[in-house]
Design a protein around this ligand. Structure first.
Ligand SMILES: Cc1ncc(COP(=O)(O)O)c(C=O)c1O
Length: 387
């Protein structure tokens, strides 16, 4: 057999998805891979039932169905404080995952450098490898996960083609302030760099924090490729609906990359999701209230167990400090946790460039009763997990 590609040699399978498989094996409450166990909004499901019978069932326009793009443009124009053109400034993709990949392939050539903040969402490492770009990692320092401006400028001085900005951030829950985004924007302009955002948690930002779209800062729309999706906002992670919003010039290229990668996102699911894109402000307020309550339940439960943890400003992840348990490997800790305690978590090392193995990540996008069950099980952690 000839050699498989060099490009994929350094790949491991996704640790997050692997932890889901381990959770299933031990019947653990799976707080590893970030997806809800509650239903999507009924209106969207009803629309899906209609689409199942009425269609469309054939390919939609490759860059997204017209009614989907129009509804998305109307929603995002309000949020991003700019009139988004549904016909020239949007590509509908198979999730933000494909949006990010298409964005990377649209702006980088092999060998180009890309800034990635660490900790980072696992896929960004793979995205850079698949597009043969070279990551430059810039640390975010706990507890607030702030970057050091000098370190960031030193990274920009290496003349990267792009910076990846996950805001709100998975796994650390950071919401970048307007000032921080201003610093990034100024550096991107100074060093003529693209900004590729991943904003899938844009509607899950806890008080008093606010989400700012970096694309909405002065002079930034032209160089920002805003990626996001419907996965988290409407609890439809399995529908694989995402999008890129950017200037016409960028979108012209992203459309072609997207077309050859996937042809298009699922037509009947786009049709059904339009109803969600048209929800009023009340929906997003309720969504935030729901996640705020889940965050409160989960954080106060963890505090009564007495484990040191991060406080998310946005998204739905918490990192726990497991130093006290004396494990050398956070992966081993997570495997034992799933087996003995019955809770699935992700080893923190899969999110850091630095050598970090004292953190694990849990998520709280679950029904309240699932969270109580997980907390109940975690109470036995000290007894069952000591080395
Ligand atoms: C930061 C981040 N980006 C992207 C995704 C995947 O998004 P999508 O379902 O839109 O591909 C996730 C899923 O957990 C995520 O946490």
């Amino acid at each position: 057999m000839p050699n498989l590609s060099q490009r994929t040699k350094s790949f491991t399978d996704s640790v997050i998805r692997r932890m889901t498989r381990i959770s299933l094996k031990y019947e653990a409450v799976n707080l590893s891979q970030g997806f809800p166990d509650f239903d999507p909004p009924k209106e969207i499901l009803d629309a899906l039932a209609v689409a199942a019978h009425k269609g469309p069932h054939q390919y939609s326009i490759t860059w997204g169905a017209q009614n989907f793009r129009e509804a998305l443009a109307a929603k995002q124009s309000k949020l991003m404080e700019r009139a988004i053109d549904p016909n020239g400034e949007i590509v509908v993709t198979c999730g933000s995952t494909e949006a990010m990949m298409a964005a990377m392939m649209s702006v980088t050539d092999p060998g180009d450098k890309v800034i990635v903040f660490s900790p980072f969402y696992e896929n960004y490492g793979a995205d850079t490898i698949l597009s043969s770009a070279e990551p430059i990692y810039v640390p975010l320092y706990p507890p607030e996960f702030k970057f050091n401006i000098n370190e960031l400028e030193a990274a920009f001085a290496k003349r990267p083609k792009a910076i990846i900005l996950c805001n709100p951030s998975n796994p650390c829950g950071k919401v970048f302030t307007r000032e921080e985004l201003g610093v990034i924007a100024d550096l991107a302009k100074k060093y003529d760099t693209f900004v590729i955002t991943d904003e899938v948690y844009e509607h899950i930002v806890y008080e008093p924090y606010k989400h700012t779209y970096i694309a909405s800062l002065p002079g930034m729309f032209e160089r920002t490729i805003s990626c996001s999706s419907l996965s988290k906002t409407y609890s439809i992670t399995g529908w694989r609906l995402g999008y890129i919003i950017a200037s016409k010039e960028i979108i012209e290229t992203a459309k072609k990359v997207h077309d050859f990668l996937t042809v298009g996102a699922a037509a009947p699911l786009q049709e059904a999701a339009v109803v969600g894109l048209k929800f009023g402000d009340e929906y997003y307020k309720d969504l935030l209230d729901k996640y705020t309550k889940k965050r409160d339940i989960f954080l106060s439960g963890l505090d009564s167990i007495g484990i040191s943890r991060t406080t998310p400003q946005g998204a739905y992840y918490v990192m726990l400090d497991i130093s006290e348990f004396g494990y050398k490997s956070d992966l081993e800790f997570c495997e034992v946790l799933a087996e003995k305690v019955g809770v699935g978590a992700v080893p923190g090392s899969s999110f850091f460039k630095e050598s970090v193995n004292h953190l694990i990540r849990l998520h709280f996008a679950k029904k309240d009763e699932t969270l109580y069950e997980a907390l109940n099980r975690l109470e036995s952690m000290r007894k069952k997990m000591r080395k």
